[in-house]
Write a protein that binds this ligand. Structure first.
Ligand SMILES: [Mg+2]
Length: 433
């Protein structure tokens, strides 16, 4: 079925004044292609069903007092509905949430209704009319858990859109504690509360503010930092971490060919075609490269850690030969059924990298061939790329689609090309914040 062509409109605004054109007694946005008496600079788009609204900044000599003020537009009945809808969409929503901690653990609440129904979240919610973020989060959290909350400061503020919605939300996330643990849950809103380590909490929530707030809490909490134990090869120097855009790479099936019976010796290690070129491309575009790998054969005692190190030395030598340097290799040596922080889909290895090297999830990607790699990236709040040959991907299409990978490609080189085209740090672009 052919889709109707989308109508394209220009939303031109400067200092709260909006440029509209009169059309049969009504005021509307100019359409794309219509002649304008000034130049404009693009400022992103807002997509509605059937309509695309392009935001534009006008290039003018003076402030256009004769244009309509954005607030005055709602008082008039001769203004097109799309104009009102677009202006309403540009108003930012505000939520305020809190990481309540007890040692390295944080309190999460499970919602029975609303956007996060059935999911865990940080206590907090939308701010009321006229309310500041501190008062808002105290009120929301105390209503939800029925206990006194003490705020210890702001972790950070974050901006995010939500899938399928054109509006943006500003999130304030605080850190704090509870005075007592006798909770009285608000029955129509919260069904359960629990204390979790940050790596576990990250797998439980879908809320991007909660994820980023949890990671900032983790980085600021000496107890949480200390509690996370993750094995690494030891490439990183112990200097102060420096936040850099980072690509996390799964190993088997992304960098090297996986094999039945596992890669058990250095001679089993075979680079996939294009993998080193892809890594070189990412590195040259300004990303730090970090490998994060579950090593089931070490968990099964088939590959002792000493041998795993030798395999990794072989990989590093092959990468060096292609001009590729890794910042670190994190690995999970535990058994497949272990409940450790490091085993993907838990994001413990990525958290460890944030602690040891300096990583901002909003400027990072996780690249992997398995659904659990996508889950790991999702848990950490970074973008994800799913790589693997078509027949492989066909087998897991449904599970992967539910996780909405940002890039899907046949191999690492193709994924790298797309990532570089969309998001190269060298261009100085930053996703959010
Ligand atoms: Mg893999």
């Amino acid at each position: 079925m052919a889709h109707a062509p989308r109508r394209e409109h220009l939303f031109i605004e400067t200092d709260g004044q909006v440029f509209l054109v009169e059309d049969a007694g009504r005021l509307r946005f100019p359409r794309k292609g219509e002649r304008l008496p000034f130049r404009t600079v693009p400022q992103g788009t807002i997509a509605f069903e059937g309509d695309v609204v392009h935001r534009r900044k006008p290039v003018l000599e003076r402030h256009p007092d004769e244009w309509l003020g954005r607030d005055a537009i709602f008082d008039r009945d001769d203004v097109d509905g799309l104009v009102k809808r677009a202006i309403y969409t540009t108003l930012i929503r505000c939520v305020s949430e809190v990481v309540l901690s007890k040692g390295p653990r944080v309190l999460m609440v499970k919602a029975v209704r609303g956007f996060s129904k059935g999911h865990w979240n940080l206590p907090g919610g939308f701010m009321d009319y006229g309310e500041g973020p501190e008062a808002g989060v105290e009120r929301e959290a105390e209503e939800e858990i029925g206990a006194d909350v003490v705020l210890d400061g702001l972790l950070s503020t974050y901006v995010s859109g939500f899938p399928g919605k054109p509006s943006y939300t500003l999130g304030f996330v605080y850190r704090g504690r509870v005075r007592s643990e006798s909770f009285h849950l608000k029955p129509d809103e919260i069904e359960e509360v629990g204390w979790f380590t940050v790596d576990k909490a990250l797998t439980l929530t879908r809320n991007p503010f909660a994820k980023w707030g949890l990671i900032d809490f983790f980085l600021q909490s000496p107890e949480a930092r200390r509690a996370l134990r993750v094995r690494r090869h030891g490439l990183a120097s112990p200097r102060r971490p420096v936040v850099r855009p980072t690509i996390f790479l799964d190993r088997d099936g992304v960098i090297n060919r996986g094999r039945p019976g596992y890669v058990r010796t250095p001679d089993h290690f075979e680079f996939l075609p294009g993998a080193r070129e892809g890594m070189r491309l990412l590195q040259d575009a300004g990303w730090r490269l970090v490998v994060v790998t579950n090593q089931d054969p070490t968990g099964w005692k088939l590959v002792p850690e000493r041998q795993l190190r030798r395999i990794h030395e072989r990989m590093l030598a092959g990468l060096r030969g292609a001009g590729v340097g890794l910042d670190e290799i994190y690995y999970c040596p535990h058994h497949v059924f272990s409940d450790c922080a490091c085993r993907k889909p838990r994001p413990g290895m990525l958290l460890a990298a944030a602690r040891d090297l300096g990583v901002d999830p909003r400027r990072s990607w996780m690249v992997g061939d398995k659904v659990l790699d996508l889950e790991t990236g999702r848990a950490f709040g970074c973008r994800t790329a799913w790589v693997g040959p078509r027949p492989w991907r066909a087998r897991f299409r449904k599970e992967a689609a539910a996780l909405g990978p940002d890039v899907v490609a046949d191999d690492l080189l193709r994924a790298a090309r797309t990532i570089v085209r969309r998001d190269a740090p060298a261009r100085g672009r930053r996703a959010t914040r």
